[in-house]
Design a protein around this ligand. Structure first.
Ligand SMILES: *[C@@H]1O[C@H](CO)[C@@H](O)[C@H](O)[C@H]1NC(C)=O
Ligand SMILES: *[C@@H]1O[C@H](CO)[C@@H](O)[C@H](O)[C@H]1NC(C)=O
Ligand SMILES: *[C@@H]1O[C@H](CO)[C@@H](O)[C@H](O)[C@H]1NC(C)=O
Ligand SMILES: *[C@@H]1O[C@H](CO)[C@@H](O)[C@H](O)[C@H]1NC(C)=O
Ligand SMILES: *[C@@H]1O[C@H](CO)[C@@H](O)[C@H](O)[C@H]1NC(C)=O
Ligand SMILES: *[C@@H]1O[C@H](CO)[C@@H](O)[C@H](O)[C@H]1NC(C)=O
Ligand SMILES: *[C@@H]1O[C@H](CO)[C@@H](O)[C@H](O)[C@H]1NC(C)=O
Length: 746
């Protein structure tokens, strides 16, 4: 016994070392698409019918190592001198880190906070780090990124994606995929398409006209093809009256993804096959997942073999399905040296097989999560007063109150891997897009670690008690008041405090707004921290004279506390920007969640391309805080705009200067105003950058608008067409803070 135990320890240690080495030096050879297709083609030509069927039929999710596997051939093939041994391909959640992968994984911030950084390099670094952890766990296909636009701010899974703007979402999609796939792990872009609310998702019909679809919901998927994405996932809902996984106009050869050059495989969302083997296979579905849950859909490929036998699905189509599944596996070199699956999603506590619970966390990943946390914190208000108010905080503040349950540790054991509760600080929403929260460092812990040596810290954080919180805050030099709002996935998951995935309203949970107001009434230096999955109402308290600062920290992932302390006390100068507009009134967003209909509702996307700021600008609505907004501890000036316009692109260069006295990062943004006749919103985001400048320093910044980015989708020509007329170019620090303008003509 003792021997066995010791050797197990040695083996685990050995595995850990192996993983640590492979995660820095992956050592895989990336092949071209053509080489990979050729190898896949040769391999498939050696397979029997039942081997092919095993490749395209899901296994799991309640009986498999990963949240989805396939059944590989039980033999090896000799192909072009290679020994091709196909593993039970592992597909696993989720977008923000390994879900159900044991405790040795990192809880990354979700995409909405990556969007909030407006930093391509951080978006990419996050993708690389996530890819490293998936690779370390032996996961071939990362089920992400989720790139669904936040069509309505209450959409339950809005935080899994990059917000309501297609351009920002497209850049986030591209950077995330190139980051993940640089580690040899396949990305699976999802959910294709128009999956924008949780209620009735298994069958609602989203009617989107062609132009709206192309310019909005399709745009991130278009960028995923540019990034060489390995796979895509068709959604639960219908688009235009046909379920996504049965919609040939969407997922078939004539659909936009294949037309754009997508060469990977199309997998169903788990249970999103509502039709029959021939319907789905002939429409363009290459793999069905999972194998063992049949909810409102699922399990249709149990009839695939007989559909092939009867000729309803051709042999060539079946071959094509398998080729498409094997192509990315060969392209990313997963046929050689890829780690074995070493976790068990059925036993995420590590209680199963010998080789489970490999630790893929690294100090570098922890540091990156902390960095993204602080880089995504948006400073919405900062009233620096002579009385010592405002940020960054100083060590002269000797009495500090910390108020609100959002400051305390969350329930780390809540619904194993689904995070279906809102019991403490909000670091990520709930559902399949959640991740391991075991390493969360809550705000209270980080504040105590940092400030206990120079200040007395009093707390009331076990609830949002409207008497206890203010009582603690009264008379203190500083009150830090925390409030949150959360949402998640519906599915068969839980309803959290009456919210069935989508939020019931925009409000902060558990009277968070009242708590903020009551604390501000008794403490003249109240700093508000909001953790939320999307916009929350703020106008009843944001101008309160005692509220000296407001930080919108979003859903920052496991290093939430340290990343906040970095911003509060000035180790990091905030540069996060809002990836959506914040307004009190849901009507300002121009869309609705459809809650109460039965049977499945039809949702017409009549708002067209006018989401969020695009809608608000067109209606003359001034939000409380606008898209792209965020303050800094320093100031930046913009000057000397120059343009260089060619037949295929337009480049704008300007000088950016840190004119304040603190080093910091600015997020210059470029908005394009199309010729009026084009029928576009008055301004659409078409460029951004993150530029670090030491105090007093200047730099030239250039942004290029490509031909496609100055085009609209022409529904008659079925092409991107540049409208003729005058284009206005706006460069500034938010959509409403324009510093430089230019124009060009087409
Ligand atoms: C392999 O490629 C050839 C030539 O394109 C094609 O005819 C054949 O059907 C392919 N075989 C498989 C198994 O994909
Ligand atoms: C191919 O690899 C598999 C798995 O490593 C091994 O079992 C098999 O013997 C190999 N076949 C040849 C011909 O080398
Ligand atoms: C949806 O149907 C409308 C009306 O038939 C059509 O114009 C449009 O192109 C379709 N949209 C998509 C995304 O296929
Ligand atoms: C995508 O693949 C093509 C063809 O192999 C290659 O030229 C291109 O650089 C790749 N792009 C990215 C972003 O990896
Ligand atoms: C709050 O009030 C106290 C007492 O009047 C004063 O000393 C302090 O400077 C005020 N703080 C701020 C931030 O204005
Ligand atoms: C601000 O806080 C002080 C206590 O420091 C309180 O007396 C005052 O009424 C508050 N102001 C408002 C507008 O609530
Ligand atoms: C900023 O603080 C000063 C001093 O407490 C106060 O008079 C003023 O109203 C505050 N401004 C805002 C916008 O809260």
């Amino acid at each position: 016994m003792a021997m066995a135990y010791a050797s197990r320890r040695v083996l685990l240690l050995f595995l850990y070392v192996l993983v640590s080495i492979s995660s820095t030096t992956f050592g895989f050879v990336e092949r071209s698409w053509d080489e990979a297709i050729d190898l896949a083609n040769q391999t498939v030509s050696l397979m029997t019918m039942s081997e092919k069927i095993g490749m395209v039929r899901g296994v799991g999710q309640f009986s498999s190592r990963c949240i989805g596997n396939i059944t590989p051939p039980s033999r090896s093939f000799s192909v072009s001198g290679l020994n091709v041994t196909i593993p039970p391909l592992c597909l696993n959640d989720g977008p923000a880190g390994v879900r159900l992968g044991g405790t040795g994984v990192t809880g990354f911030p979700p995409a909405i906070n990556a969007a909030s950084t407006f930093s391509r390099s951080l978006m990419n670094a996050r993708g690389v780090a996530i890819g490293e952890e998936f690779r370390g766990k032996g996961i071939h296909v990362h089920l992400g990124p989720a790139v669904d636009l936040m069509r309505n701010p209450k959409a339950g899974r809005g935080w899994e994606g990059f917000g309501p703007d297609p351009y920002l979402s497209g850049e986030g999609t591209y950077q995330t995929i190139t980051g993940i796939q640089s580690t040899g792990v396949s990305a699976c872009v999802k959910h294709y398409s128009t999956y924008n609310q949780e209620h009735w998702r298994y069958g609602l019909n989203a009617n989107s006209d062609d132009r709206t679809f192309r310019e909005m919901y399709w745009w991130p998927f278009m960028k995923s093809v540019e990034a060489n994405v390995s796979s895509a996932m068709c959604a639960y809902n219908q688009l235009n009256g046909t379920s996504s996984c049965h919609n040939a106009g969407l997922i078939g050869d004539e659909g936009p993804l294949r037309q754009e050059g997508f060469k990977g495989f199309m997998v169903s969302d788990w249970g999103a096959t509502h039709d029959s083997a021939e319907d789905n296979a002939n429409a363009g579905l290459d793999m069905e997942q999972p194998g063992d849950f049949i909810l409102i859909g699922g399990g249709v490929f149990s009839g695939l073999q007989s559909a092939v036998n009867s000729g309803e699905v051709s042999q060539a189509r079946l071959d094509e399905m398998v080729v498409r599944i094997l192509t990315p596996w060969f392209r990313l070199g997963q046929d050689s040296g890829f780690p074995d699956i070493n976790f068990d999603a059925q036993n995420p506590d590590g209680s199963g097989d010998l080789n489970e619970n490999v630790n893929v966390r690294t100090d570098a990943h922890t540091a990156l999560v902390r960095q993204i946390g602080s880089a995504s914190a948006v400073l919405l208000k900062n009233n620096r007063t002579s009385g010592g108010g405002g940020l960054p905080l100083t060590k002269d503040l000797k009495t500090i109150a910390v108020v609100g349950y959002d400051a305390q540790q969350l329930d780390l054991n809540c619904a194993g891997g689904l995070n279906e509760c809102n019991t403490g600080t909000m670091v990520i929403g709930w559902g399949s897009g959640s991740n391991n929260v075991a390493f969360t460092v809550p705000p209270i812990q980080a504040i105590q670690d940092f400030a206990s040596s120079f200040a007395t810290i009093s707390t009331d954080i076990t609830s949002n008690d409207l008497s206890g919180g203010p009582a603690v805050a009264k008379g203190k030099d500083l009150a830090l008041v925390f409030a949150n709002a959360m949402s998640g996935e519906l599915g068969f998951y839980q309803i959290v405090d009456g919210n069935e995935g989508d939020r019931n309203d925009l409000n902060l949970w558990f009277k968070g707004g009242s708590l903020i107001e009551d604390v501000a009434a008794v403490c003249n230096n109240t700093v508000v921290v909001v953790h939320s999955v999307g916009p929350v109402p703020m106008s009843s308290w944001n101008n309160h004279p005692n509220i000296t600062a407001i930080i919108y920290a979003g859903a920052p992932g496991e290093q939430t506390g340290p990343s906040l302390v970095d911003v509060l006390w000035g180790a990091v100068n905030p540069s996060g920007r809002l990836p959506f507009s914040i307004d009190d009134d849901e009507a300002s967003y121009g869309t609705e969640i459809v809650y109460g209909l039965d049977p499945f509702p039809v949702i017409d996307y009549t708002e067209g391309v006018f989401l969020d700021y695009r809608y608000m600008e067109s209606k003359g609505i001034t939000p409380v805080y606008e898209f792209g907004f965020g303050l800094s501890y320093t100031e930046f000036t913009y000057s000397s705009l120059q343009s260089s316009v060619s037949s295929t692109s337009a480049t704008f260069s300007f000088t950016l200067t840190n004119s304040g006295s603190t080093d910091g990062t600015e997020i210059p943004q470029l908005y394009l105003g199309f010729p009026t006749s084009a029928g576009e919103p008055s301004k659409v985001l078409r460029g951004f950058d993150d530029i670090f400048l030491a105090a007093g320093a200047s730099q030239t910044v250039s942004m290029t608008i490509s031909q496609k980015e100055m085009s609209i989708w022409d529904v008659v020509q079925q092409e991107w067409v540049v409208p003729s007329g005058t284009f206005d170019v706006y460069i500034g620090a938010s959509i409403k803070d324009i510093r430089l303008t230019s124009s060009f003509t087409r």
